[in-house]
Write a protein that binds this ligand. Structure first.
Ligand code: TA6
Length: 296
């Protein structure tokens, strides 16, 4: 059931309780997640839907390069290409949609490697999980970095607190300073930091609502980004006050690239769960999802 959203082909998933997710084939990008009647992701009203540009908001996938940490276009090319989707199907109380991208003449113009990538969007009641699987289909080993660059909707960034990174190593990319995080994170201006991933899920409170954010152990870093008002004003695809209503909390493997041997597969994921309160009992992350020879 492909539908059109702002001129682009998208697929809508529905959970039994009425929660929905909308996924664009462009970038395999989740554009919307509505849980308990409320949108949980931020999608810029000025996002460009031209089938080529990266879409500002939702959950972009940065692959095979994060940011400008290499020779490829910023954040790689996965978010700039149309992916192929299977039919969504039900499984164990969830709905799963798989999208695929493999090397072709377009990707090889940027990057010579032979690969097959899959994004699985798994919607269940009150929960959205995005899983990335990368497979080396070629004869030589290669490296990649990756991030799920999730734009979470917040009521007011000035009242937003992100908890759970206390004690984690931090690189402040704005000031270029390395430190250790002390306490919860609050926001007053541009914020762009890379943290060593925490061992337990994070809790986001925006003054009104809560969200629990977990990531696979294969994602070794968490990136936290808000452009602040000055940088936001310079982003052509953001409204001037857009920064006040978003926070990117990104599951990433970027400080050490993943080295993938021929035939090997790597998987990483991020899981968002609505309504968790700070201090509530949260399960530890489950074991590594998938891996195979030569991975990491
Ligand atoms: O993940 C944070 C970050 O790398 C920031 O440095 C900022 O550049 C952001 O991503 C957005 O990048 P984009 O290319 O989507 O404008």
């Amino acid at each position: 059931m492909v539908e059109t959203f702002r001129g682009q082909p998208c697929i809508r998933l529905r959970a039994r309780n009425g929660d929905t997710a909308l996924v664009a084939l462009h970038g395999a990008q989740v554009l919307s997640w509505v849980a308990a009647g409320r949108e949980r992701l931020y999608l810029s009203p000025k996002a460009v839907f031209d089938g080529q540009s990266a879409i500002r908001g939702g959950i972009p996938l940065c692959f095979p390069q994060f940011n400008q940490r290499g020779p490829l276009p910023k954040h790689g090319f996965a978010r700039n290409l149309a992916w192929r989707a299977d039919s969504a199907h039900a499984e164990e109380g969830a709905t799963r949609l798989s999208l695929h991208l493999a090397d072709d003449e377009r990707t090889r113009a940027w990057w010579p490697q032979a690969f097959a990538a899959r994004v699985d969007v798994v919607l269940s009641e009150g929960q959205l999980q995005v899983e990335c699987t990368v497979h080396n289909t070629g004869a030589v080993a290669w490296d990649f970095t990756i991030a799920l660059h999730s734009y979470l909707q917040v009521h007011d960034i000035a009242q937003t607190r992100l908890q759970g990174l206390d004690g984690c190593a931090r690189w402040d990319a704005v000031a270029d300073v390395h430190s250790q995080q002390q306490g919860p994170i609050t926001f007053a201006g541009e914020y762009d930091s890379v943290f060593a991933a925490a061992p337990a899920p994070l809790q986001l409170r925006d003054g009104v609502h809560g969200l629990e954010i977990a990531q696979s152990p294969t994602m070794g870093q968490t990136v936290v980004w808000n452009p602040g008002s000055a940088l936001c004003a310079r982003l052509a695809d953001m409204p001037p006050e857009g920064h006040a209503h978003m926070l990117c909390v990104e599951a990433a493997q970027i400080d050490t690239p993943v080295r993938l041997a021929p035939g090997a597969t790597w998987t990483g994921w991020q899981r968002l769960r609505e309504g968790q309160q700070p201090g509530s009992a949260v399960p530890r992350l489950s074991a590594l999802t998938v891996s195979s020879k030569g991975v990491q």
